[in-house]
Each structure stands twice: as structure tokens, then as C-alpha cells.
Design a protein around this ligand. Structure first.
Ligand code: HEM
Length: 402
């Protein structure tokens, strides 16, 4: 496949939301007027931005939109460095199917149910720490980031003392403009070097964790290469930390903006599962949504022809507000019943950690609201800044009191 020379076309992407966690107004306009629109990324590359629900489902699941092709030399890029071809994030079948089959059992219902008490215990510890220290506190650094990095490191088998370092690497790896390409490349290299050492240590001393299991698979046949084994760890860490941390922070922010619904959730914790899905639908978590794809042949979509070699970005947060699918889509309603949001994607790359993320969110909301009655923002909400320059857009801080 060959790629056209770079030229600046269409709107500059990403757009800037008016307030943190909200959908930038451009998405609604494009969904109505130009559902598949030309945009230019900070790298200078152009792509088609897809804003409607049905078109998003197609981009996420149609094999003519390839993830593997995004790793080819010269392929259009959203992020500062090309995706890692050894990650299942950027593979097509059959390679993707092979890796996914190996790792999926670690995320099955039984495993996730077994993790529940571990996560609840961690939530209780963090909440108790906040309660003992007393208000005010920063809900981002003291809770929202701590919980998912702890859970994901436990799952993988990374030592507690390494959590901050790992979180720091993931922050850099998910940057759009905050870090320069050499810094991002260095972070990837350092994380991979770290994981290679972790694999070596676990070969010596296996434990009851995902990495030890995968090492056993690797060493018992030729199903998994050493590079794939290392990159799997990086994939799980990059997939599982910042997204969940930012979603937890944005969820509290959203509830603070809707105090009547926050109160209702306090009174009726049985609403938590539907509240979690509504928060996942409503919060505009990322700059776009899904990962970019490259068309492997000409594809007609939304009234345009996407030529082979061109990039497509599924704007999932925009799909989640499509009035053709969600009634009164810009209304946050934690009792919403029919909620087929696309926040975890669709098709073969459907988020491997979706169950885990839901459990973390539910227990985080439940634990904090129960353990810190009277929780409220400690600053006017309009003063809060969004996390800029990142693919995942959380909050740098969320000062709270109770
Ligand atoms: C609120 C939290 C989360 C959100 C919103 C989220 C969202 C997503 C989305 C949209 C995709 C598909 C991307 C695409 O096809 O373009 C995805 C894939 C993935 N996610 Fe998540 N995720 C979350 C949490 C997690 C967690 C906790 C883990 C792991 C422990 C995880 C691991 C993964 C992996 C490994 C993939 C790649 C799957 C594949 O390529 O087959 N995610 N996630």
C-alpha cells in the first residue's frame, strides 16, 4: 500500500470542548451536516472523521478498515509515533485472533468476579486514607489515578513499588501534542525494557498473575513470540490505566454538574449499573474515540468515498450522542435504560477490559459516595481545566471537600 504526500485539509483536529468532559460543539454540527468529514491531525496528516452512530459501527467492525495498515511506513498518524505492530491494538486477523484468544481468558467473567473483592478492598483503603487525612483533597491524584494503576498492576503482576513509574510512561504514551516524538519513543522503549525485566523475574519466580500465565503459554509452544509477550503487558497497561482513571474523574465531575442526580444515586445505589453506563456514554473521554484505521480498498461511507490508504477516525463520543439512537442524547440521565453506547468499541477490538472498567467505576462511585458523605467540589466547577494534549482527556485535578 502507498500513501499520498501530506497536505493540510479540512478542520484541525482535535477540537476543544467548552468545558472538561463535554463533547466539543463541532461534533454535533458535523454529525448533522458532514457525517464523514476531512480533518487534519497535529502530525500534519489528514483523515476522515466519522461522527454518526451507524457509520462508527461500520468503521469499528468492517475488515476493510485495517488497524495493521496504520503501522506501515508513511501511514497517516494521529499520535507522535507510529503504533507498535506487535500490539494487538494494531493487528488484524489472523494475528489479532491468535493473541486475543491467548489473553481473553484472563478477563473472563469468573476472573473479573474474583477481582471484585480485591477492587472493593482497594477502594475502601483509598477512601479511608482520604477520610483520615480530612478535606480538602484532590480526587484525581488521591483516588481516580490510584485505583486503576493498582488494579492493573495487580492483574499483570507488576510490583506495587513500580506503579508510579508505569503510570508516568502511560501518560507519555497516550500524548498527542504534550510530548515530542523522541520523548514518546523513549517512554515506549523504557516501558518495554522494564517489562522484559519483569518477564525475566517472573520466569524465575512465577506467581498467580496474568504475566506468569502468559509466560507459561509462551514457553510451552510457539503461540506467542517474546516481543509479543512484552508488548502484551504494555497493551494491557496502556489500555487499562489512563482511560479508567480519567473516566472515574470525569464521572464525579459529571455528577457534580448534575446535583439532583448525584443525590438520587446516593439514595438509590441500585441505580449504579445504569448510572455507570450513562456516564460512559455521556462523558467525552477521548479526543476522538476509537483508534484510527486505514482503508485497504475504496469504501463508500456517509456520502463520500474513502480511498484505499486514507485514514478514518471513529468519533465514538459523537456516536454516543446520535439522536437517531439515543432519545434526548445531550441529556444526562442515570436511569436511561436503552443505552447501546460504543464507548468500549465494537467488533474484534471490543475493549478487553470493559467488564473490569465497569466494575472499577461502579465500586469507585459506590465506595466514595458511601465513605465520604457530603462529597462536593471544593472550587467552582468553571475553574476546572481539561487535560490538554492527550488522546485520553481527563482532569489534571479535581479538588473536593466533604
Ligand atoms: C473506561 C475505561 C475504558 C475505555 C473507555 C476503554 C475503551 C476501549 C476502546 C474504545 C477500545 C477499542 C478501540 C478501537 O477498536 O478503536 C478498547 C480496546 C482495548 N482495551 Fe479498553 N477501555 C477501557 C478500559 C480498559 C481496561 C481496564 C483494560 C485492561 C485491563 C483495557 C484493555 C483494552 C485492550 C487490551 C484493548 C484492545 C483490544 C483488541 O485490540 O482486541 N481497556 N478499549
Amino acid at each position: 500500500m502507498t500513501f499520498e504526500a501530506r497536505e493540510t485539509e479540512g478542520l484541525r483536529f482535535p477540537f476543544t470542548p467548552r468545558r472538561p468532559g463535554e463533547l466539543a460543539p463541532e461534533f454535533g454540527r458535523l454529525r448533522k451536516e458532514e457525517p464523514v468529514a476531512r480533518v487534519t491531525f497535529p502530525t500534519g496528516d489528514s483523515a476522515w472523521l466519522v461522527t454518526g452512530y451507524e457509520d462508527n459501527r461500520i468503521v469499528l467492525s468492517d475488515p476493510r478498515f485495517s488497524r495493521a495498515a496504520t503501522t506501515l511506513p508513511g501511514a497517516p498518524r494521529l499520535q507522535p509515533i507510529p503504533p507498535d505492530p506487535a500490539s494487538m491494538f494494531s493487528m488484524d486477523p489472523p494475528e489479532h485472533t491468535r493473541l486475543r484468544r491467548l489473553v481473553a481468558p484472563a478477563f473472563n467473567n469468573r476472573r473479573m468476579a474474583a477481582l471484585r473483592p480485591v477492587i472493593r478492598h482497594e477502594v475502601d483503603l483509598l477512601v479511608a486514607g482520604l477520610a483520615v487525612a480530612g478535606p480538602p483533597a484532590d480526587l484525581v491524584s488521591q483516588f481516580a489515578r490510584r485505583l486503576p494503576i493498582t488494579v492493573i498492576c495487580e492483574l499483570l503482576g507488576a510490583p506495587a513499588g513500580d506503579r508510579d513509574r508505569i503510570a508516568g510512561w502511560v501518560d507519555i504514551l497516550l500524548s498527542l501534542t504534550q510530548f515530542k516524538p523522541p520523548q514518546v519513543a523513549q517512554a515506549r522503549q523504557e516501558l518495554k525494557r522494564y517489562l522484559a525485566e519483569l518477564v525475566a523475574a517472573k520466569r524465575e519466580n512465577p506467581a498467580d498473575d496474568l504475566y506468569s500465565e502468559l509466560i507459561a503459554v509462551r514457553d510451552s509452544g510457539d503461540l506467542l513470540s517474546e516481543e509479543e509477550l512484552i508488548v502484551l503487558g504494555a497493551t494491557v497497561l496502556t489500555g487499562g490505566f489512563l482511560s479508567t482513571a480519567s473516566e472515574i474523574a470525569l464521572s464525579f465531575l459529571c455528577l457534580f454538574r448534575h446535583p439532583d442526580q448525584l443525590e438520587r444515586l446516593r439514595q438509590q445505589p441500585e441505580l449504579l449499573p445504569s448510572a455507570v453506563d450513562e456516564l460512559l456514554r455521556y462523558n467525552a473521554l477521548t479526543a476522538g474515540g476509537g483508534l484510527i484505521r486505514v482503508a485497504t480498498e475504496d469504501v463508500k461511507l456517509g456520502g463520500v468515498t474513502i480511498a484505499a490508504g486514507e485514514a478514518v477516525l471513529p468519533a465514538i463520543s459523537s456516536a454516543n450522542r446520535d439522536p437517531g439512537v439515543f432519545s434526548d442524547p445531550d441529556r444526562f440521565d442515570l436511569t436511561r435504560e436503552d443505552n447501546p453506547h460504543l464507548t468500549f468499541g465494537q467488533g474484534i477490538h471490543y475493549c478487553l477490559g470493559a467488564r473490569l472498567a465497569r466494575i472499577e467505576l461502579e465500586l469507585a462511585l459506590e465506595g466514595v459516595l458511601r465513605g465520604l458523605p457530603g462529597l462536593r467540589p471544593a472550587v467552582p466547577l468553571d475553574e476546572l481545566r481539561a487535560q490538554g494534549g492527550h488522546l485520553v482527556r481527563g482532569l489534571p485535578e479535581l479538588p473536593v471537600t466533604w
